[in-house]
Each structure stands twice: as C-alpha cells, then as structure tokens.
Design a protein around this ligand. Structure first.
Ligand SMILES: Cc1cc2nc3c(=O)[nH]c(=O)nc-3n(C[C@H](O)[C@H](O)[C@H](O)COP(=O)(O)OP(=O)(O)OC[C@H]3O[C@@H](n4cnc5c(N)ncnc54)[C@H](O)[C@@H]3O)c2cc1C
Length: 466
C-alpha cells in the first residue's frame, strides 16, 4: 500500500501513508499494533515516527533484560492487560518482572487515618519498557505475517514540521531524515508537549502541580510473608507511593515540591534510603526538620534520621508495624529520576485528518496511576471508531468519522482528571479544618465496604466506554 501511494505522491511530500503515528511511547506502539492487528484496518499503510532510538533499545531489553527493575514503572489495570492481550502483545510481556497486587494501603501523613482497598487482581506493576518491548515484538510478528504491507517504523527520526497540502489539506509531516509524508490520518501519540496538537492549534488547558515525581528502584529489607501491597502515604508535600515488584524490589513515586525534589535526588544513596524510610513513618514536624537538614547539612542527615526512626520503631507493636510498609534496605544506583507533574486536557481530540491519543490529549497526577491506562483506553476507542467508519465506507480521516472517538473518551477522561485533582487538593493542605474533615471522611469511608468496592471498581476496571 505504501509503495502504491508513493507513485501518486504530490509536490511537498515524497511519501504517502494512510496513517502516520507520531510517537513510539506506550500509546503510539499500542496504536500501531492495534491497527495492524485489526482485520478491518490492517491493509492501510501505516508509518510510525519516533525521535528516540527504540528499535535497538527495546530489542536489547527483550533479549537480555537488566538484572534490576528499571525506574520508569506503571501500575496497569486489568482492562489494560485485557486489551494488550486482545491485540496479541501481552504474550510477549516478561511476567517474572511484573507483580500483581490486590491490596493498597493508603494513610494520611498528618492524621494517620487509613483506608485499605482490596480486590482480586486490582492492578499489576510493570516497567514501561516491558510494555513497549512486548508491543515492539508484536509489531515484528505482525510484520512477518503481513510482509506485503508492514508497519514502517522509523525511529531516530524527528518530526520537524507539519503543514497541510494546499490542494487536499492532508497533513504533510516533514522528518529530520529529509523525507516528508503526506497522510490521510495523522495520529498524535507524541506526549505532553505534542507537536501534532500544536500544529492543529488545539488548546490544552490545565496547570502545573508545582510538584515533581521522584522515581527510583529500591529493595525492601525483608518483605517476610506479606502479600504484595501498594502503599501510599499522603503527605502535605505530596503523596509517597511504594509499589511492589517480585523479589522484594519496589518502585517509588515520591511527589514533592521542585526544590525538595532537587535535594532528594542529590542525596547520597544511603541518605536517600534513610530519608525515604523516615517519610513513610515519621510525623510531618520531624520530616520538615529532616528536609531542612537534607538541604543545609546533608552529611548529618543519615545519623539524625536513623536515630529518630530507631525511637519510632522501638515503640511499635507487631500489630502497628503491619500498618507501615517494610523498611527499605537499598537503592539501585543511578535509578533516581524526577518528572514535572501537570494536569492538562486538550479541548478537542480530533480535527480534520488528525487525532490525539494518550498524554498528547491529557496528563494527570500519578497518585491514582491512571495516565497510561487512559491512553490505552483511548487507543481502543479510536481503533474501534476507525473500524466502524471503514465498515460504513467513510473516509477514516474525516472529522465526521473521528468525532465519535472524542465523544466517547473526552467525558470519561475529564471526570477522571477531575477526581484525581480533587484527591490531590484535599491531601495537599495543612488547613486544620480540612485535615479534620478528611480524617473523619476517610474513617467513615473505610467502614463502608460498598463505597470502597465502587471506588476500586472504577479505577481498576476502567472501561473505554462511558
Ligand atoms: C512519575 C510518573 C508515574 C506514573 N505512573 C503511572 C502509573 O502508575 N499508571 C499509569 O497508567 N500511568 C502512570 N504515569 C503516566 C504514564 O507514564 C504516561 O501517561 C504514559 O507513559 C504516556 O504515554 P504516551 O505514549 O502517551 O506518551 P510518551 O510516553 O510521552 O511518548 C511520546 C513519544 O513521542 C515521541 N515524540 C515527541 N515529539 C516527537 C517528535 N517531534 N518527533 C518524533 N517523536 C516525538 C517521544 O520521543 C516519546 O517517545 C506516570 C507518569 C509519571 C511521570
């Protein structure tokens, strides 16, 4: 198909492809696999452009995964796994590097009020690379099954400019390689700063959280016989999530103000581990003084934090100990990273011959672990919309054909962004009245199984439909 169109390429573009996907992150690779897996859409020519080097990195990861868990990890829902399975990618996932957990313990850093969620197969922890590498393997498999019209994956290639053909108004994507591709449908899976969204002049609204998510891979001292549990402590500086992996590995997302993120990332490995243990157990007043020490006299931090932790732990009964995550023993060297956190939502997901998917359309605070899951549900909805329009003989790039995708996904994503933002706001305050009210609310909610089941169901079985 790609070559057939090539012969009719017009001035301004030397190549033509029915679909051009920009971005080889989780959303872009899922979009490509899903299109080529669809019996209704697989004959369309499809090109994926990614600026990074993904072919060799993902192949290396798949052939010889690192000994430790990588620092970019996500919690995925059963709905996401079901979809990855449906499009034939889940079988390539390295299951020994994933952890299913059915229990989350959340607790308030100021009041100690706790809420426990349990539900079979609530979520699965997985490295981003494990998802991307399995999708890449699926693309290679699909390409070998369909050698006449394979997906054209161009990595190490940046989209440098996008224009519209003056005659047909089809998008023309100019690449750093010098090629330019004219396309019937341009799909922006190009992340939060989406060049595709900017080209379409679609407004994206939202705000920065004035927090960075510090991520790292660590190891627990002794998980004992505890079942895999997700822990989240809501501190006024931002939530601290500890998420389980096999063999006592854990991945953290520690949301903190930017200045504190800089301090945490610059601490020695040992001091960071001690500070993390302190943040999961000590009072906010003690943490405030430890943060000051970390900033001003980092060489004194470890001794001071260990002393305070020792006092705290000595007074814990075995039953109280169960209310806290196990103590962390070590940090994987160089595994710390930090990412700015932002809420953003595009006003529209579609335009004439253009659709936005994943972080290009929306970003959210990671406290509920929903960003990637929302992107997967977007792909499912967009591909199903394209299938329906193809079956009805519509032009898949027309805005008319694409509108149902926007109508289906926007309200759901908007509601999810709003709920996550409210949780963030309620827990970020030190206002005594709000703190008192939220502890009452949490205690009450924790004793109403029906409401908790509803909350877990909404988050862990996120549907692509309203
Ligand atoms: C700390 C943290 C923790 C998180 N935890 C979770 C979680 O537990 N669960 C969850 O569901 N989500 C989580 N998320 C969100 C999740 O990581 C993102 O939603 C997801 O990775 C977005 O995928 P994407 O493919 O849409 O975008 P991206 O991963 O950003 O991919 C975009 C791609 O486009 C490429 N690109 C951009 N511009 C160009 C260009 N001009 N030319 C060519 N290529 C280009 C980029 O190189 C990139 O590879 C978390 C996020 C953070 C920051």
């Amino acid at each position: 198909m790609f070559r057939r169109f090539f012969a009719t390429a017009t001035k301004g573009a030397n190549l033509v492809s029915d679909v051009v996907i920009v971005g080889g992150g989780p959303a872009g690779l899922t979009m490509a696999s899903s299109l080529k897996n669809s019996p209704i859409l697989r004959d369309l020519s499809c090109t994926l452009i990614e600026s990074g080097d993904i072919t060799s990195t993902l192949q290396d990861y798949y052939a010889d995964p690192p000994e430790t868990i990588l620092n970019r990890c996500v919690s995925i829902t059963p709905a996401t796994i079901e979809y990855l399975d449906k499009i034939g990618a889940w079988k390539f996932v390295k299951k020994a590097r994933t952890e299913n957990y059915d229990y989350i313990h959340t607790y308030d850093g100021l009041t100690g009020a706790a809420m426990e969620f349990d539900s079979p197969d609530m979520a699965t922890m997985i490295e981003n690379f494990n998802i991307q590498a399995s999708l890449h393997q699926r693309i290679l498999e699909l390409n070998s099954e369909q050698p006449v019209n394979p997906l054209d994956l161009r990595d190490n290639t940046k989209v440098v400019k996008i224009t519209r053909d003056p005659k047909t108004s089809w998008p023309i994507v100019q690449l750093s390689s010098g090629d330019s591709i004219k396309t019937r449908l341009l799909v922006g899976c190009d992340g939060a700063r989406s060049p595709v969204r900017k080209f379409a002049r679609i407004e994206s609204r939202g705000w920065a959280y004035n927090q960075w998510g510090v991520v790292a891979t660590l190891k627990y001292k002794d998980s004992g016989f505890r079942s895999p549990t997700g822990w989240q402590r809501f501190l006024p500086t931002g939530p601290l999530a500890q998420l389980p992996f096999p063999d006592s590995w854990l991945s953290i997302v520690w949301s903190v103000p930017p200045e504190l993120a800089v301090v945490l990332v610059s601490l020695s490995d040992d001091s960071f581990v001690t500070m993390l243990n302190a943040a999961s157990r000590l009072s906010q007043e003690e943490l405030d003084s430890l943060y000051d020490l970390a900033r001003d006299e980092p060489e004194k931090l470890k001794e001071e934090a260990e002393w305070r932790l020792g006092l705290f732990n000595d007074n814990l009964t075995a039953e109280q100990e169960e209310k806290f995550p196990p103590m962390v023993e070590s940090l994987v060297p160089k595994s710390r990273g930090r990412f700015p956190l932002k809420l953003s939502h595009a006003d529209d997901y579609v335009d004439e011959r253009l659709a936005l998917v994943g972080d290009a359309a929306h970003t959210t605070h990671p406290l509920a672990g929903q960003g990637l899951n929302m992107g997967q549900a977007d792909v499912k909805s967009l591909v199903s919309t394209l299938e329906k329009s193809r079956e009805r003989g519509l032009d898949i790039g027309s805005k008319f054909a694409l509108d149902p995708y926007y109508s289906e996904r926007y309200p759901y994503n908007h509601a999810m962004l709003g709920v996550v933002d409210k949780i963030h706001r309620i827990y970020s305050t030190r206002s005594p009245l709000v703190v008192w009210a939220r502890s009452l609310g949490v205690d009450a909610l924790n004793n109403v199984p029906f409401v908790k089941d509803l909350m877990v169901g909404q988050v862990s079985h996120m549907k692509s439909t309203k």
